[in-house]
Design a protein around this ligand. Structure first.
Ligand SMILES: [Mg+2]
Length: 133
């Protein structure tokens, strides 16, 4: 057993003392809550049911986590990942489709990165106090 704050010999990854990695569902909840509090008028950030949802015709593997409407992008998709997450084959196919038809589709990692993406897209009011902490 390793002490908090120690470095893994195998991976070299440093564990922060007391840091609990956020699950993707917690990241999604934080991002949507942030938009509800700080979203620009006439914007939308909404969850997209994916194949894990049951019973709806048209559920499709690889759809991103969030539909984003408004701001400078008008329409875009945001795929949320944990800091160590990676895109599935189907997610890469969807991203390629979006690139082909000229729609923004971005994968963002951790909690702060998707919020910064939404700020960049003009979906959130600018944070004049620096990065979200
Ligand atoms: Mg995701």
């Amino acid at each position: 057993m390793r002490a908090p704050g120690s470095t893994s010999r195998r991976t070299g990854a440093r564990k922060l003392a007391g840091a609990v990695p956020m699950r993707e569902s917690a990241i999604q909840a934080a991002v949507v809550q942030h938009w509800r509090l700080f979203g620009q008028p006439h914007t939308l950030v909404a969850a997209i049911p994916n194949e894990a949802a049951k019973g709806q015709p048209g559920l499709t593997k690889g759809l991103p986590d969030l539909l984003v409407i408004g701001g400078r992008v008008r329409i875009a998709f945001l795929e949320l990942k944990t800091p160590n997450g990676s895109l599935s084959f189907e997610q890469k196919l969807f991203r390629n489709l979006c690139a082909f038809v000229g729609i923004e589709c971005v994968a963002a990692y951790g909690r702060d990165e998707p919020i910064a993406v939404l700020e960049g897209w003009g979906i959130l009011r600018p944070n004049l106090n620096g990065p979200v902490r």
